[in-house]
Design a protein. Structure first.
Length: 448
């Protein structure tokens, strides 16, 4: 491994980009293949199309491909507009055939990397995707992994098998890792941050791999930050999401402390955020969902355990995050008890079940666990969410309540405040638990 400056000049990247463009053999070879058209892959494909690339989108799920063709996918507004523009564009091909990667000059791998119920990384999707890409690799290709994973995965899953196939990595083919930075929906009160406003980090297996990857990334990013290896880029992503996990766990704990002192945490956090250095605002809530924060730090902890290394602060934070939905249930139980009502038989409505505002995504959503635990205690649970029509709860499927204001509930738990949702009717409900810490105090009869 050799030292590499962390930044290259725009001119240097531009020179490499011109070199890269001139090396294209024909129009088909000039395409970028995006493997995995989920919440990362599809916006990535659309951003590349908007930048002028031909794109081959590959996903093994025919139902996902049909949903894309019908434009019935969960995207932020800018990407919905792009999909409407490009879904019938001849420059955009979508297919379930993995061999289609052979027609591309660049292959970008964007597949899920979840954890199982034992908090162990589930590498099946990324391993299979990388194996397929390696199988169909052709000389001159750049293979770029973007899925969050463990340190060393790029070498294990791409470099080593390519070498076994007889390729000279860095000469015959090029390999890099650039962690995805997709912002689905809204984060707190901030607007969506699109591809073309988000800098990218990249580290390759060799300087030319890094430079070629930077040239591709520059087409959809305002800046590209280079690191000296794929491993540094992999660790960058783990650091980003672990930072958020630890601070969200702290924000939740701080909210509990504020309640004990009779204070509201949100105004205090907003006041602290006026400090222009040394503080990054994180806000408390009912738990942490989505594909990143509840999962990614476990890739680091899993790898460290194999090395017999402990990371107590991260372990404690992840334990606290996992326990947060149960705290919501406990608080709901206490509120009902204070009103002389048992949890069993109580009619409880959850407002907003997506894991965050502005999306219809239920992955790792605390709301699902909250609904399940309340149901196990005998509560009659319901939910309302304008973006989520149904929630599967064991063998039962719950449908979103379309007119929640028309009924009186024993308890309303505000879990996610979807954009534009009218919540004035909460003032007429006898018991409201605000798990978001964002409601007007007059509407929230109690806070988490």
């Amino acid at each position: 491994m050799y030292p590499l400056p962390v930044r290259r000049s725009a001119q240097r990247i531009s020179d490499v980009a011109q070199e890269y463009e001139s090396a294209r053999i024909d129009h088909a070879a000039a395409a970028v293949a995006v493997v995995g058209l989920g919440y990362v892959g599809l916006p990535t494909a659309l951003a590349l199309l908007a930048a002028g690339n031909e794109v081959i989108g590959i996903d093994l799920s025919e139902s996902r491909l049909e949903a894309i063709r019908r434009r019935e996918v969960d995207l932020v507004p800018i990407d919905h507009q792009r999909l409407a523009t490009y879904v019938d564009d001849p420059r955009f091909t979508i297919t379930s055939d993995p061999a289609a990667t052979a027609r591309a000059r660049t292959v970008v791998i964007c597949v899920p990397t979840p954890i199982d119920r034992h908090l162990v990384p589930d590498l099946r999707a990324v391993s299979a995707a990388c194996a397929s890409v390696v199988e169909h690799a052709v000389p001159g290709q750049l293979l770029m992994l973007t899925s969050t994973t463990y340190v060393g995965a790029t070498r294990d899953l791409l470099v080593a098998p390519l070498t076994e196939r007889g390729f000279r990595v860095g000469g015959d083919v090029f390999v890099a890792f650039s962690p995805e930075r997709i912002d689905p929906g809204l984060i707190n009160d901030h607007p969506h941050v699109s591809h073309d406003r988000t800098p990218r980090v990249v580290g390759g297996t060799g300087e030319l791999s890094t430079e070629l990857a930077a040239a591709v990334l520059q087409r959809t990013a305002p800046a590209v930050h280079l690191v000296s290896s794929a491993e540094e880029a992999e660790m960058t992503k783990l650091w980003e999401n672990t930072f958020r996990a630890v601070n969200l766990a702290l924000a939740n704990e701080f909210a509990e402390d504020c309640r004990a002192l009779g204070l509201r945490p949100r105004p205090i956090i907003e006041a602290a955020a006026t400090k222009p250095y040394g503080f990054v605002a994180h806000y408390p809530g009912p738990g942490v969902g989505g594909h990143c924060i509840p999962c990614d730090p476990h890739y680091l902890l899993w790898q460290l355990r194999a090395l017999r290394v402990t990371s107590p602060l991260i372990e404690t934070a992840m334990t606290a995050i996992a326990a947060r939905p149960r705290q919501v249930v406990r608080r709901a139980r206490d509120i009902l008890a204070d009103r002389g009502h048992s949890t069993s038989g109580a009619r409880i409505l959850i407002v907003g079940v997506a894991y965050k505002a502005g999306v219809a995504d239920l992955r790792e959503s605390p709301a699902v666990e909250i609904l399940g635990e309340l149901a196990e205690e005998g509560a009659k649970v319901h939910f309302t969410d304008p973006l989520v029509p149904t929630v599967k709860l064991g063998a039962k499927v719950l449908a979103s309540v379309t007119e929640p204001e028309a009924e009186q509930w024993d308890l309303v738990v505000v879990h996610t405040m979807q954009p534009g949702a009218e919540l004035g009717w909460l003032a007429d409900q006898p018991a409201v638990l605000d798990a978001t810490h964002r409601l007007d105090p007059l509407k929230a009869k109690a806070v988490l």
